[in-house]
Write a protein that binds this ligand. Structure first.
Ligand code: 3HC
Ligand code: NAI
Length: 706
């Protein structure tokens, strides 16, 4: 079957795009659509046309794999214009996801019929772009300027029902839900026949009443999205393109769109965001795991510990409809844990995201227990108890006794050796790490820690499960802190040292906030609790870490200032406030410690702080990669963007290093290593890749083809 086939039904031609998996608008599809349209324009036997799709979805966008390569004509705007200029009515039959260029094709059509469960969207902004085939000009004409701003600047998916209320559809049919699209196509054909007398209705010729869309209106919109769009390039270009649509006729608006689109395309952010898009889709590719690897059924989950993590972890499964039994040591702890969960759901209800009935249904999926026997029918049991090996040992020995055969046993440990944890059972193949991030019901990242003995089907099951519960699951090997926290330690080291050597905490935080991090590292330490690092250092012993960097933080903890939870840490906090305020008392502690250590305080610039922080992340990331504790550099980028808020528009630390050039990274690391050899041992992988003139991306590509 050709990528765009034609079927004649009476006087209607049905063009069907068939380009699996998502009918992306590759060169062949664009060419096929244009040729068919040109032939049909002069075919007198055909009086109306339907554009339909085979497979699982309507066209889901331009073919992203073609970005960055020379464009092969015809361009998408040419194809969409040709459709809009057809002398006979053209109807789009939409199901699945009509996204980006796919929706632009549908907007080029004169009428649209959709399945009730279809979704539409213009997600280009998420790839650092704007809809570049007339989407910014046609969507406001059909859906209104406010709705266009909402859709295009957020890039979110919009349900067919909502889009219908905006005027995007001319009719909806029953949900397709993965089944046959024949009823949809029939409805599109019927509409096409009905519209033959009326003829085409070009979207581009629709008028926008621009009397209320003055500068103040757009300024107000910019302000309303400023927080979400901080640091991003494309959202402002989207707004300007829509502004052009509200003021200019189609042809001039298209010219403005083209210029703004090219500005996005050539901005490094679009490359970084496209890297993130593919990186997230790579994480599921795991050596030794194939489609044929068997999966275990997970119908019931057990959680041990209803503390900070246990409750949030449980919510993920309940939200996916999987019942959870949650075990605690004492009734009070259980009740406290479940109360926090209910509180979370009730907050969602207040924000209009859940109904009372949904809250009740979800709470009904929780069973609390104090008895291990209650976990005997669970298919997966996740432990989230205190971070102490002796306690994990007790828990896993007990689980070995009660868990049914074939149950997967997981630990949410942040740092402990999961191989050792597995050794406390007689079924180490069933054990792995499932490391959620706090708050576990919100953060998208899940590190799936594969031990030397984890069975392939256990790993494959958990990788699938991550997707099912809406997480991005990245596989890591066993090492101290796995991927994310191991790198975080090096990042924290840089900021702690910068403070003792001369900068204020707020200067360090501001440098990294301005770089695009959601908050600076010292604000983050206050939020996580300074006592965690303190206890960790106590257990390590002073000879095993850089005391110069951390003594000032220990002093702060010893003053009882454990961070946000007690209203005082590195920063001061007003009663009930989470906003950090510089603390004169702490600055005195810092200055006193600098003097005690004989340090002549000297300030680093914001650029130097950012550079050192990035080099620390990249160097540790390269060690993790070189040791095989991560499968790809791009997996590390996914970890950092989804677990630590690294700005996606910078593509993650490893992509950032590729953009700097690994030869430059190596030279900088070598200079640092000469000055502070203990802190900056250069990763052998960086030395090797730089010597070969290669990048992390090249490393990933070579490994993928092995
Ligand atoms: N181009 C090329 N490949 C694409 C693609 C696209 N637009 N969209 C998805 N794919 C590929 C994925 O890489 C993946 O490939 P793989 O199996 O080899 O890893 C495969 O299709 C399936 O994708 P998902 O795993 O994401 O499948 P889901 O069912 O979970 O999601 C989807 C489907 C909602 C369509 C999701 O893939 C998606 O959001 N795609 C991107 C849509 C998009 O951003 N479109 C706009 C493109 S830019 C544009 O159109 C510019 C224009 O304005 C000029
Ligand atoms: P927490 O102290 O908030 O909760 C632990 C809970 O486990 C308590 O309610 C306690 O009563 C219960 N518990 C202790 N021993 C138990 C046992 N033998 N049987 C049943 N219940 C028991 O701790 P938190 O923060 O939830 O951490 C749990 C685990 O998750 C730790 O391993 C931690 O390293 C890890 N983790 C923590 C993160 C965080 O940000 N807090 C992030 C990621 C992982």
């Amino acid at each position: 079957m050709s990528v765009v086939s034609k079927e004649i039904r009476g006087n209607v031609a049905i063009l069907t795009v068939n380009n699996p998996p998502v009918n992306a608008l590759s060169h062949a599809v664009r060419d096929g659509l244009l040729n068919q349209m040109q032939a049909l324009a002069t075919d007198d036997t055909v009086q109306a046309i339907v554009v339909a799709c085979a497979g699982r979805t309507f066209i889901a966008g331009a073919d992203i794999t073609e970005f960055g390569k020379p464009m092969q004509a015809p361009s998408l705007p040419t194809v969409v214009d040709a459709i809009e200029n057809m002398p006979k009515p053209v109807v789009a039959a939409i199901f699945g996801t009509a996204l980006g260029g796919g929706l632009e094709v549908a907007l080029g059509c004169h009428y649209r019929v959709g399945a009730e469960d279809a979704k539409i969207g213009l997600p280009e902004v998420k790839l650092g772009l704007l809809p570049g085939a007339g989407g910014t000009q046609r969507f406001p004409r059909i859906a209104g300027v406010e709705n266009a701003l909402d859709a295009i600047v957020s890039g979110r998916h919009i349900s067919a029902k909502q889009a219908n209320s905006w005027g995007v559809f001319d009719g909806l049919v029953d949900a397709v839900a993965g089944g046959s699209t024949s009823a949809l196509v029939d409805a599109a054909v019927a509409l096409a026949i009905e519209k033959i007398p009326a003829g085409p209705r070009p979207t581009g010729q629709m008028e926008i009443d621009n009397s209320k869309y003055d500068e103040a209106f757009f300024a107000g919109f910019r302000k309303s999205v400023a927080r979400q769009t901080r640091g991003y390039f494309a959202p402002e270009q989207c707004i300007q393109a829509i502004e052009a649509a509200s003021r200019l006729p189609l042809a001039e608006g298209m010219e403005a769109e083209r210029k703004l689109f090219m500005a996005c395309m050539t901005n490094p952010q679009s490359r970084a965001l496209q890297h993130m898009f593919f990186a997230e889709r790579q994480v599921g590719r795991i050596p030794g795991i194939t489609k044929e690897t068997p999966r275990r059924t997970i119908a019931k989950v057990g959680i041990i510990g209803a503390g900070t993590m246990g409750g949030g972890i449980a919510m993920n499964f309940v939200n996916a409809g999987i019942p959870v039994t949650i075990l605690e040591l004492q009734e009070e702890a259980l009740e406290r844990g479940l109360k926090v969960v209910r509180g979370n759901y009730e907050r969602s209800m207040k924000r209009g995201k859940l109904t009372q009935a949904q809250v009740d249904d979800r709470m009904a999926l929780f069973t609390g227990t104090l008895e291990y026997e209650a976990l005997s029918d669970c298919d997966l049991i996740i432990e989230a108890v205190f971070e102490k090996m002796e306690i994990k040992q007790q828990v896993f020995s007990k689980l070995d006794e009660v868990a049914k055969e074939g149950a997967i046993l997981a630990s949410n440990t942040s740092y402990l050796d999961i191989d050792e944890i597995a050794s406390y059972t007689n079924r180490p193949g069933d054990v792995l790490g499932l490391h959620f991030f706090s708050p576990a019901n919100v953060m998208r990242l899940l590190e799936i820690v594969r031990t030397s003995k984890t069975a392939d089907d256990v790993l494959a099951t958990c990788v699938g499960l991550a997707k099912q519960i809406g997480k991005v699951g990245v596989v890591a090997g066993v090492c101290h802190g796995f991927i994310g926290n191991r790198m975080l330690a090096r990042y924290g080291h840089v900021s702690a040292l910068a403070v003792i050597e001369g900068n204020t905490p707020q200067e360090v935080d501001a440098a990294l906030f301005d770089f695009g991090m959601p908050m600076g590292p010292l604000t983050m330490s206050d939020m996580a609790g300074l006592d965690i690092g303190y206890m960790n250092r106590q257990s390590m012993g002073r000879e095993n870490y850089d005391t110069t960097a951390y003594d000032w933080q220990d002093k702060i903890v010893e003053l009882g200032r454990k961070g946000l939870k007690v209203g005082a840490g590195i920063y001061d906090y007003d009663e009930g406030s989470r906003v950090p305020k510089p603390s004169a008392e702490i600055q005195q502690v810092i200055d006193g410690e600098s003097a005690r250590l004989g340090i002549t305080r000297a300030k680093k610039t914001a650029e130097e702080i950012v550079e050192l922080s990035m080099l620390a992340l990249v160097n540790e990331g390269a060690k993790i990669l070189g040791e095989g504790k991560a499968y790809r550099a791009s997996d590390i980028d996914v970890v950092y963007a989804n677990g630590y808020g690294f700005p996606p528009y910078r593509g993650g630390p490893m992509h950032y290093a590729d953009i700097m050039g690994l030869d430059v990274v190596l030279a900088k690391l070598q200079a640092l290593s000469t000055a502070k050899p203990d802190m900056w041992q250069v990763a052998p992988l960086i030395e090797k890749l730089a010597a070969d003139g290669k990048s992390f991306a090249a490393f990933d590509r070579e490994n993928a083809s092995k």
